[in-house]
Write a protein that binds this ligand. Structure first.
Ligand code: NAD
Length: 361
């Protein structure tokens, strides 16, 4: 397979963790005989420095041309008081919008060697392996009318939760498609006992489910889901939900697994004529200026994002599984970066990347 990748290392620890993610990607490509074409682009603070814009036109063009984009992180303290248009984070919103990535996928997996870093008791979190599919470009964060106004001497704030059938259908297909590559179970989360919006959500999800008779579907109200994530996280395989519920539940899911440096994410858009899904892959963490340039950032979130890219954009299940197994092997070895509190001397960012490559079979 030919893999055409855009790399956007960004700021702070972004270049360090992206370098290790690309090391692993190159290793996988060589092992499985895929041809790899990697282009590098500018995003965030570094892009402002070099071009004046956090999301230069050239980066938009490169992203449109690539099959998938790997991002490090953006953000530099020197821009903390800059106007919104001149902030690195504007670049992140810009590329998400330009790529039209409507589904955010966050795997939540409890690695056996990291159970003690979870806030849950080991026996509750052990074996957890789910993916949260959050609708990313609709719902209350985008709906209009919105705003704060003065009416009859009273201040009033309005936001609008709105979804179309099409928006619900495409993210639902994404969730069912993913479930087929996993344990074949989708849990749709809504608030249909109160919100008309959720009633449409549930109706459309049930209709889409008819195309996937081999996938089991159940529904949870969002308040119950928040509780079940803590009480019984193992019950979940694919969790499908709208934008705001997903925002909240995916952070709840994130803490189940441990250190922020380990968490990958994927944002997916439409399918390209080549068959690849448009995808933006990035670790969940930020640019961590406090440890930048010291070769001590944990690259496993970025490397896990490569596994997600292989799986979701290219359907390369064996390669993705090999990267995930290698991450687990490195975690089990205990030779990990300082944030995971190893018992011996911490590994460097580079050593962890090399160890993941060495563990890929
Ligand atoms: P952060 O995630 O960068 O750092 C939070 C803490 O976690 C820090 O102590 C940091 O050292 C640690 N940490 C983060 N990633 C780590 C890793 N891979 N290995 C080891 N330790 C790690 O969050 P923050 O400090 O709130 O934000 C710093 C900058 O990053 C800000 O400019 C913010 O806007 C930006 N940011 C960017 C993204 C993104 O690019 N997607 C996400 C969040 C924050």
């Amino acid at each position: 397979m030919h893999l055409k990748i855009l790399s956007l290392p960004g700021d702070g620890i972004g270049p360090e963790v992206t370098c290790e993610a690309l090391r692993v990607l190159r290793h996988v490509a060589a092992q499985w005989n895929h041809s790899l074409e990697v282009t590098e682009g500018l995003l965030g603070g570094i892009a402002i420095h070099q071009t004046g814009s956090p999301f230069p036109e050239e980066t938009a063009r490169l992203a449109a041309d690539a099959d998938a984009t790997i991002m490090g992180a953006v953000g530099l303290p020197e821009f903390d008081n800059a106007p919104p248009e001149k902030r690195p984070e504007k670049g992140l919103l810009g590329i998400r919008k330009a790529l039209g990535v409507f589904a955010n996928l966050r795997p939540v997996r409890a690695y056996a060697s990291q159970l003690d870093s979870s806030p849950l008791k080991n026996h509750l979190v052990e074996g957890t392996d789910m993916i949260i599919v959050r609708e990313l470009t609709g719902g209350i964060y985008y709906g209009t009318p919105r705003g704060i106004s003065e009416e009859n001497g009273e201040t009033r704030a309005v936001n609008t939760m709105t979804y179309t059938r099409g928006e619900i259908e495409r993210v639902s297909h994404m969730a069912f498609h993913l479930a087929r590559t996993r344990r074949k179970k989708v849990t749709s989360v809504d608030k249909s006992n109160v919100l008309e919006n959720s009633q449409l959500w549930r109706r459309v999800v049930v209709e889409v489910a008819r195309d996937y008779p081999d996938v089991a579907l159940d529904h949870l109200l969002v308040d119950n889901c928040a509780m079940q994530l803590i009480l019984n996280p193992r019950r979940f395989d694919v969790v499908l939900t709208e934008n705001m519920f997903g925002d909240i539940l995916s952070d709840e899911g994130a803490v189940l697994a441990g250190s922020i440096g380990m968490l990958p994410s994927a944002s997916i858009g439409a399918r390209r004529p080549s068959g690849a899904w448009v995808g933006l892959y990035e670790p969940v963490h930020g640019s961590a200026p406090d440890i930048a340039g010291q070769n001590k950032a944990n690259p496993l979130g970025a490397i896990g994002s490569v596994a997600a890219m292989l799986q979701y954009s290219f359907g390369l299940q064996a390669e993705a599984a090999a990267v995930d197994r290698a991450i687990e092997a490195v975690l089990t070895s205990g030779h990990v970066t300082a944030d995971l509190r190893p018992s011996g001397a911490p590994a460097t960012t580079e050593q962890v990347g090399q160890a993941v490559c060495a563990a890929i079979k």
